[in-house]
Write a protein that binds this ligand. Structure first.
Ligand code: NAP
Length: 152
């Protein structure tokens, strides 16, 4: 997971940014996760690697924005893909309201990159959850995350 979410992402970003800097134009969209906004008991490595994706993308965003390049971290919440089956997760009791379709997330990602955003949390409910993590104490964030991850 560290190889895929951290090492590969860093290598690909640097490979892409070289030619973009020469052209003084380009967009990089890194797929992070709402899970990167708080520690996720039971998903420690996943949450930590996604926190890396968001932080790394934000730093790069500032580093290259004057070169005409936009780097955007997109943070989806629950999205209907093969992810759950592949990871052996059971999200059947996850409320329907919280799910997004992959094409909705893709549209939000493209719009955010086009608008020059550094970070975009996909979906209104996910944006409320993400905003909560910025105001709650760390202990509360951990405990609330555990309430969600314990059910998966
Ligand atoms: N679905 C969600 O609820 C959700 C929520 C938040 C964030 N995300 C993030 O969204 C991104 C896309 O996931 P998804 O939901 O679209 O899941 P997905 O349908 O399972 O797709 C995952 C993709 O990653 C590729 N992949 C997996 N391991 C790989 C490896 N070691 N090397 C190269 N490619 C590898 C798979 O390729 P193959 O098909 O060839 O195996 C597949 O194309 C991930 O970064 C995930 O963390 C998903």
């Amino acid at each position: 997971m560290v190889d895929l979410n951290v090492e590969a992402l860093v290598e690909l970003a640097h490979a892409a940014l070289g030619s973009m800097q020469a052209r003084r134009r380009g967009w990089v969209i890194n797929i992070s996760s709402l899970g990167g906004h708080a520690p996720g008991p039971g998903f420690a490595v996943y949450s930590a690697t996604k926190a890396f994706v968001t932080s790394f993308s934000e730093s790069l965003h500032e580093e290259v924005r004057r070169s005409g390049i936009v780097v955007t971290a997109v943070c989806p919440g629950a999205t209907r893909t093969e992810f759950g089956d592949e990871a052996g997760l059971d999200a059947t009791d996850h409320p329907a309201l919280l799910w997004q379709e992959a094409d909705e997330v893709a549209r939000e990602a493209l719009a955010a990159a086009a608008a020059g955003k550094a970070v975009r949390v996909a979906g209104r409910i996910n944006r409320i959850s993400a905003a909560l993590t910025t105001v709650l104490p760390r202990t509360a964030n951990r405990k609330l995350s555990a309430l969600v991850t314990d059910r998966l």
